[in-house]
Design a binder for this molecule. Sequence first.
Ligand code: 13P
Length: 342
Amino acid sequence: MNLAELNKVAAAMVAPGRGILAADESTGTITKRFDALGVQSTTDSRRDYREMLFRTTDAMSKYISGVILYDETIRQNAKDGTPLVKLIEKAGALPGIKVDKGTKPLPFCPGEVVTEGLDGLRERLVEYRSLGAKFAKWRAVIDIGAGAIPSYTCIRTNAHALARYAALCQDEGIVPIVEPEVLMDGDHDIDRCYQTTELMLKIQFEELYFQRVALEGMVLKPNMVVPGKKSPKRASVEEVAEKTLRVLKACVPAAVPGIAFLSGGQSDEEATAHLDAINRMGELPWRVSFSYGRALQHAPQKTWSGKAENVAAAQRAFSHRAMMNGLATLGQWKADLERKAA
Ligand code: 13P
């Protein structure tokens, strides 16, 4: 393992003013998003949409440090024959790849899932590296439900799989994004999210230690500490920032170069405001950035709606969200910058 090289890539992924575009939706997920817009999901329409994002030079060269791709996309060429990976590299961003194979029901834990994809992973990493991937992503999904959900079994099993994945990535010269996502579905309050996130992260770092993962060569992709979407008790931006930072300081060693949040179903502006508030809270031991899927793509996807004549407007919408989140990584975002753009 060349830890200096891994550390360099991890630091670049969370460079000041920049963050990651998660464009790694599986075909099923992007098809659902396209369906909602009345766009037919085909290999070409998925390519056109993602090519449009990667050709948004302003966003890609100034605010996006890396892009997480799906297996289909890392192998695709742009309309003019240029590999999409080359477009990303030309813009100055790093290509990455989602390597998990999604979730399956976890035996004896009704309602809970485990992320699969370890079998044959080393061979797949070797291939992805040859296709240009510098980092990878694996997402575990922890639900908060009534009673005993999440179970200890679910947390432990998912943390173990994430650590096995991270070790394999580092052994093959790829920086792992470790994503133990505590979902914001449900009606739980913010303190239940705090407790679950704390347990998940404590166990996650224990598993990473036992698998001999070098913390200097990884990026953590956690959820923020927020109330469930259906909770009647809402939380202010300050409360989310304060509780998120508190749990991270309690659980994430300073050797980790960067934390890049998922957006998880927050609105575009909430995801930006929370990130900004966290970065305003003073000197932090790690860089704190974003690895957003929905909160970066929602606006451009809707503006595009599958029509070539909307490409320029959709690219402006993507640039705007990328810039807002770039500013939030520096604690320099302001709500009136959103109004000005509207
Ligand atoms: P969201 O920002 O839409 O939660 O997606 C990020 C991601 O990559 C989830 O795995």
